[in-house]
Ligand binder design. Structure first.
Ligand code: BG6
Length: 485
């Protein structure tokens, strides 16, 4: 593997994401040889930490990866800490000194990745200072990675985008949607376009409906302050679900290059049937969890830092439709929620049942293709066959291709892939501005309709499958959710 040269400057270096995802992912890249001698990391945050303490935190974060003490020490010796107030210009000068010094020490040749893992309210301030205080180098690459939430609606995300682009070029900006780094989400492209058998039936002649489910067992944990202002629509639909939706429905790109993939994703997003107040009311369901039936899990409004009368949705289900030749008449049902019965991310493609004089509809089951995105990973497909016996009765057969636990363990983590892509300058698996914008415009309509509506939120007891209204959404079209916890 080709070793990369880069200095990472992580804003939010003491944070949860850095410890849970970034340091383990950097470590994996290090063990695989994608990072060797010529890399260093500066962690910054407000609090005062010593390098020694920071390195200890980094070692703790990779502890579960079965590393030897010696290797962990070697890896963590590349980490440096600098207390930093993002609003203080003087602090950027200090940061620059350290960055230049490490650049020389590790012979990094000016390559810098600025990782903004903190509140987006600071993105503009940080990028402006990085530019004005010359942390941006002339001799190497300069790339900025930003975490969501990327704004709270189209207007705010546009303002944020414009602000960052005052200091950086658009191709230097990497907007993370970690779902795009997931093995099975990336597999959608391969599975669709490397298999003529699949791609040839991927249209409204054969498909009845599609379903995207991102069900979570966890609640809001320590993030209630953020979540209560966000809700499931902004937290999961605007980004992850809309990205999965575009990969599922787009036409074949001419190549797997960033531009070609983006072009197709944009085309399909622009074919989304525009929502009206009426269709939002009839085709979308929002819900909030209440205390669990066994009383063990509290309701959302009882969570710490959540208002007693909060109307934030912790669940959304809805129907998306496309106005194009391939997909006219095929609803794409989506749903996501917190504190549901089970963690499960999956896609179900339900094929039409063909009327035939040989078998009546009731004797055969629809063909269903399931793409397991996580925690299980793989595919399954159901077909009809002849039942063993003297007659001509039919039976359902199911082909499963599920990755084993150890395959999943060994496959690269989303953040690992995305960090490597960024090192390589590949933006294919990052969200592009046009996609982000289109998807905000779409969900903004839902948000404004809900905000203006006096309709009550649906509720569901924590630990269940979600509100009943989500079932009605499909039933009225003669469909039903394929996956049930
Ligand atoms: C994040 C959301 O983007 O995705 C979280 O902010 C959510 O609320 C998480 O829990 C789900 O990701 P994963 O990879 O655990 O399915």
């Amino acid at each position: 593997n080709q070793a990369n040269k880069a200095l990472f400057i992580i804003f939010g270096g003491t944070g949860d994401l850095a410890q849970r995802k970034l340091y383990p992912s950097l470590y994996r890249l290090y063990t695989k040889g994608f990072l060797k001698e010529n890399f260093a990391v500066i962690g910054t945050a407000r609090r005062e930490w010593s390098d020694a303490h920071y390195q200890e935190v980094v070692r703790d974060s990779i502890h579960s990866l079965k590393v030897s003490d010696e290797h962990a020490l070697e890896f963590s010796s590349h980490f440096y800490y600098q207390a930093h107030n993002v609003k203080d210009t003087e602090h950027y000068n200090t940061l620059k000194k350290l960055a230049d010094q490490l650049d020389g020490k590790y012979q990094i040749d000016g390559n810098r990745i600025f990782y903004l893992s903190m509140s987006p309210t600071f993105f503009g301030t940080i990028t402006k200072h990085l530019k004005s205080q010359n942390l941006v180098t002339e001799n190497g690459f300069n790339r900025v990675i930003i975490e969501k939430p990327f704004g709270t609606d189209y207007e705010s995300s546009k303002a944020l985008n414009d602000e960052i682009l005052e200091a950086f070029e658009s191709d230097e900006l990497y907007r993370i949607d970690h779902y795009l780094g997931k093995e099975m989400v990336q597999n959608i492209l391969t599975f669709r376009f490397a298999n003529p058998m699949i791609e040839s039936v991927w249209n409204n002649h054969f498909i009845s409906n599609m379903q995207i489910t991102l069900s979570e067992e966890l609640g809001v944990e320590e993030r209630a302050e953020y979540y209560d202002k966000s809700g499931a629509l902004r937290d999961m639909i605007q980004n992850h679900i809309m990205q999965i939706f575009s990969l599922l429905t787009m036409d074949a790109p001419k190549s797997l290059s960033t531009n070609e993939v983006r072009k197709q994703k944009m085309l399909v997003l622009s074919a989304l049937k525009e929502l009206t107040t009426e269709t939002v009311q009839s085709d979308f369901v929002r819900g909030q969890y209440t205390r669990s039936l066994d009383n063990k899990l509290c309701g959302y409004r009882e969570e710490e830092k959540v208002a007693d009368d909060s109307t934030t949705e912790t669940y959304v289900a809805g129907k998306l439709e496309l106005n194009n030749e391939r997909w006219n008449g095929v609803p794409v049902y989506i749903r996501t929620g917190k504190k549901l019965a089970k963690k499960e991310a999956q896609i179900n493609i339900v094929f039409k049942q063909i009327e035939s004089s040989l078998f009546s509809k009731g004797d055969t089951a629809p063909n269903i293709l399931t793409i397991y995105l996580g925690p299980s990973e793989g595919f399954s497909i159901t077909l009809n066959e002849k039942k063993i016996g003297l007659g001509m009765d039919t039976d359902i057969m199911q082909f499963d291709h599920l990755r084993t636990e150890s395959m999943i363990q060994e496959s690269p983590e989303a953040y690992e892939k995305l960090l490597l892509d960024c090192l390589n300058g590949d933006r294919t698996h990052f969200a592009h501005w046009e996609e982000v914008a289109a998807s905000w415009k779409f969900v903004d309509k839902i948000r404004t309709t809900w905000d203006a509506s006096t309709n009550k939120l649906a509720t569901y007891p924590a630990g269940t499958a979600g509100p009943e209204a989500a079932n009605n959404l499909l039933e009225k079209n003669g469909h039903k959710w394929i996956w049930n916890p």
